[in-house]
Design a protein around this ligand. Structure first.
Ligand code: VGL
Length: 177
């Protein structure tokens, strides 16, 4: 069973948003192209209270129930089965989708017999990285779809991809799914 995980493709991480990732919106077309190939599609969203330690480190972004926290309007939302929310207590945690507070992702994947997790989304060096590392720790075969993720800084992204490879994550093209 294959699962697609779409990490934080939210307005605030796309151009014009409060914590924009350059070309962050470009991942949407790639995700929409591959979304039908999976038995299960899960997305995560940062869902922060309006204040807290996370905003000592970052500009205010993805405040719960705001337009900035909404998924990008062009994402095929009707094809998403499960919506995870994370970062809900304001502390500087919740980078990984496995830290979602509304659903236990680890239990859900076990229950649905998911062995392979295909990760896409924003931002490569932060929430995508943390999610991939946790997925490996959960015993999953983890694929990072390279065209389906964008990061804040090119150099950091390159380092991140190397680090993920060392941790057993397979970096693939959407064309190979
Ligand atoms: C993220 C920085 C701060 C992310 C979230 O989604 O990668 N990055 N909060």
């Amino acid at each position: 069973m294959k699962c697609l995980l779409i990490v934080d493709v939210q307005n605030d991480f796309c151009p014009g948003g409060a914590l924009a990732v350059p070309d962050g919106d470009k991942v949407v077309d790639i995700i929409n192209l591959i979304i039908d190939k999976f038995e299960l599609v899960i997305s995560s969203q940062d869902w922060h209270p309006s204040s807290g330690a996370h905003f000592d480190r970052w500009p205010i972004h993805c405040v719960a129930n705001t337009e900035g926290a909404a998924l990008h309007p062009a994402l095929s939302k009707e094809k998403i089965d499960i919506f995870l929310l994370k970062g809900t207590d304001g502390s500087d945690t919740g980078y990984s989708a496995f830290e979602a507070t509304n659903i236990n992702l680890s239990d859900l994947l076990k229950y649905r017999n998911i062995k392979s997790l295909y990760v896409t989304g924003l931002a490569t060096e932060y929430c995508v990285k943390a999610t991939c590392i946790d997925a490996v720790k959960n015993g999953l075969e983890v694929f990072l779809v390279k065209e389906g993720t964008k990061g804040i800084d090119d150099e950091n992204c390159k380092k991140t991809l190397e680090e993920l490879k060392k941790n057993g994550v397979k970096i693939i093209s959407y064309k190979d799914i």
